[in-house]
Ligand binder design. Sequence first.
Ligand SMILES: *Cc1c(COP(=O)(O)O)cnc(C)c1O
Length: 361
Amino acid sequence: MSRVYNFSAGPAVLPEEVLKEAAEEMMDYRGSGQSVMEMSHRSKVYDNIIKEAEQDLRDLMNIPDNYKVLFLQGGASQFFAEVPMNMMKNKKAGYIITGQWAKKAFAEAKIYGEAVKLASSEDETFSYIPDCADLPITDDMDYVYICENNTIYGTKFKTLPNTKGKDLVADVSSCFLSEPVDVSKYAVIYGGVQKNVGPAGCVIAIIREDLITDDVLPGTPTMLKWKTQADNDSLYNTPPCYTIYICGKVFKWLKKMGGLEKMKEINEKKAKILYDYLDSSKLFKGTVRKEDRSLMNVPFVTGSDELNDKFIKEATERGFVNLKGHRSVGGMRASIYNAMPVEGVQKLVEFMKEFEEKNNV
Ligand SMILES: *Cc1c(COP(=O)(O)O)cnc(C)c1O
C-alpha cells in the first residue's frame, strides 16, 4: 500500500488512524455483526454513535447549551437557502462577498428576500478580506453573512465583522475545527464536512436555539426547516449514517491530538513552512494579502501557465496530488487541512525548492 500526499480542497485527506479504525470495524462494528453502513439509524448501536459524535463536537468547540448541533444533508450549497428560509423574518440580510461561495450564498438569498452586499473584495479577485469595522448594516436586517475561510482564494477572516448587534451567520466549511472559536459570537456556524472533518455527505450546523422556530418563510420544505431537524435530533429521516460515524472518529482523533488549541498550533506551523518558502522563492508566489492568509488553503502561482502545468504534472508523479488551483483562479493550491501531516508540507516545500532550482528563471 502506498499513500499519496493529498492536497485536495475537498473531499480531502482524512487521518490515517481514522481510516484504519474504520477498516477494522467494517465487517463487524464492535460485536454488532454488521457494518455501520448496514445498521438501522434507529438502532441503539447507532444512537450511541450519533450521540457520542455530538458530545465530542460539543467538547471540542465548547458549544454553549443554548446551541443545537444538527447533522444535515444537501451540502453547504443547500444550506445557502436554509439560512434565508429560516432566518429572514424581515426579508432582508447583509452579505460580505469574499469569494465564490459567499457569492453563491448571496445569490441564493436573493431568491427569498432582499440580500444586500455590505462589502466585497471582488475588485482584486478576492485576494483580501475587506474592512468590516463599519459596514452599512441597517436595523431591519435579519442577519449578517460571511464565508469565514475562502477555500478557493485562500483568505480568512482574522477578526469577525462588526455586525452592529445583528446575528452573524458563518460558513466555516474549510476551516471547521482548524482552531478554537467562540461559538457565542455567532448565531449560526455551519459547514460541509468534506473539507476538514469527514467524508462528503453531511453538513454540521450549530444554531442558537432561539432561531429554531416554526416561523419560517412560506413554502419552506419540512426537511429544510431547522425545527424539524432539531425536534428529531437530526433523525427526522435517514441521516448520512456512515459519514456521521467517520466524523465522530475524527472528533475523537482531534481530542487525542490535544484539541483545537493544539490543532491551531500545528496548523500555524504547517502554514508557516509553506508561506515562508513562498515569500522567499523567486519562482513561486502566494496570491493573497499576507494578513488575510488562510491556514487551510494556500494558492500560489509561478507567473507562467506552462510552468504551472509542468509543476503540477511533476508533483503528481512524485506523490503530491490535487495541487491544481480552482478553475476560476488557475495556478496551484495546496489545501493543508488538519489531517495533512507536517511532514507532507515539508516534503512539498523540498520538492518545490528542487523544482525552482531546475527551472531557474
Ligand atoms: C466546498 C464549499 C462549499 C460547497 O460545499 P458543498 O457541500 O459541495 O455544497 C461551500 N462553502 C465553502 C466555504 C466551501 O469550501
